[in-house]
Design a protein around this ligand. Structure first.
Ligand code: NAD
Length: 298
């Protein structure tokens, strides 16, 4: 089946980007959220998206007008999914909220509707039963700033119908993504399975006082030719997120080095309001971080 009607549930950081991206590529998109007030906020974010699409993708006014024509909004879930070919869920990363949502949706959506979750850290098999249609359920995972970082990781669970999997891969291509099909379930997908240990290794070098952040980044950048090292990446992710992830991993592993890294992030950065690129300072100062200066690698 070729999809035409798409429902995006949740209009937060990722949801509104997914909705806009699909509408830009010609799909009929209904944005669903828990209240009309939240949906109003989403609409104002779409105006911001227009600026980004103009600047980054050279989108024309005509393309943007059509995008808005393709978008509609409702806080009534039955209405939102009544003719959906695909429902993409981007609601909070809290298992109980997702389960409750899928149980409700299972009774409201027509038989044809395929459900996809954008979860970052959970696995589709955790929710397959509550969807009432495990064969038509899988993960379709986007990265923040999806129009630029246009990777879509597609990950089924053991009972996902391969035909549905292929349809979702095709859908991802049709909305301008580069689809990355995963053969099996993997916490963190491909991207975070690579990134998390990399960042962790950088922080451990820092916590052990082996070298300073800029030296660690320079080493990585010169040797691999990468445009940024682990600490430059951390500034983009945001220091609060890095702190939360490292704290969880320190508690899980009871690793003294990771606890030291947590202390460093808290005392040297968070307590001094150095929260990364978004606040103008983290391991580097913005808008022109030192690692972007060609002399940095000399
Ligand atoms: P967010 O908190 O910004 O947005 C969540 C939205 O869901 C809000 O608009 C909220 O009103 C709405 N919501 C809450 N309960 C709901 C319900 N029962 N039904 C419908 N909508 C409901 O969250 P986010 O950062 O956009 O993350 C959403 C999902 O996307 C999560 O699963 C997250 O793991 C995943 N994700 C996030 C990122 C990221 O960078 N933020 C990247 C990839 C994937």
């Amino acid at each position: 089946m070729t999809y035409k009607n798409v429902t995006v549930a949740g209009s937060g950081v990722l949801g509104y980007q997914i909705a806009f991206q699909a509408a830009y590529h010609g799909f009929n998109v209904i944005v669903y959220d828990i209240s009309d007030e939240v949906l109003e906020q989403a609409k104002s974010k779409f105006n911001w998206m227009c600026k980004a699409f103009r600047k980054d993708l050279r989108a024309t006014q005509e393309q943007l007008d059509t995008t808005f024509d393709n978008l509609s909004y409702t806080s009534d879930l039955a209405e939102a999914v009544k003719d959906a070919d695909l429902m993409i869920e981007a609601i909070p990363e809290i298992p109980e909220i997702k389960v409750e949502f899928y149980e409700k949706l299972a009774n409201l959506a027509p038989e044809k509707t395929v459900f996809a979750t954008n979860t970052s850290t959970l696995l589709p098999s955790q929710f397959a039963e509550s969807t009432g249609r495990p064969a038509q359920f899988l993960a379709l995972h986007f990265a923040n700033k999806i129009w630029m970082h246009n990777v879509a990781e597609i990950m089924g669970h053991p009972r996902t119908d391969p035909k549905v999997f292929d349809e979702v891969v095709a859908f991802a291509t049709n909305i301008g993504m580069v689809p990355m099909p995963l053969y099996k379930e993997q916490p963190g997908y491909i991207m975070n399975s690579l990134l998390a240990p990399f960042i962790d290794a950088g922080l451990q070098l820092l916590a052990k006082e082996v070298a300073d952040p800029h030296t660690i980044d320079k080493t990585w950048m010169i040797v691999t030719g990468a445009p940024v090292g682990p600490f430059g990446i951390l500034d983009t992710i945001g220091i609060n997120t890095a702190y939360n992830i490292t704290k969880m991993s320190a508690e899980r592993t009871q690793s003294p080095v990771r606890f030291k890294a947590v202390k460093y992030l808290k005392e040297q950065l968070i307590d001094q309001n150095k929260l990364g690129a978004a606040t103008g300072e983290g391991f580097y100062s913005y808008p022109n971080p030192a690692y972007m200066n060609p002399d940095f690698l000399k």
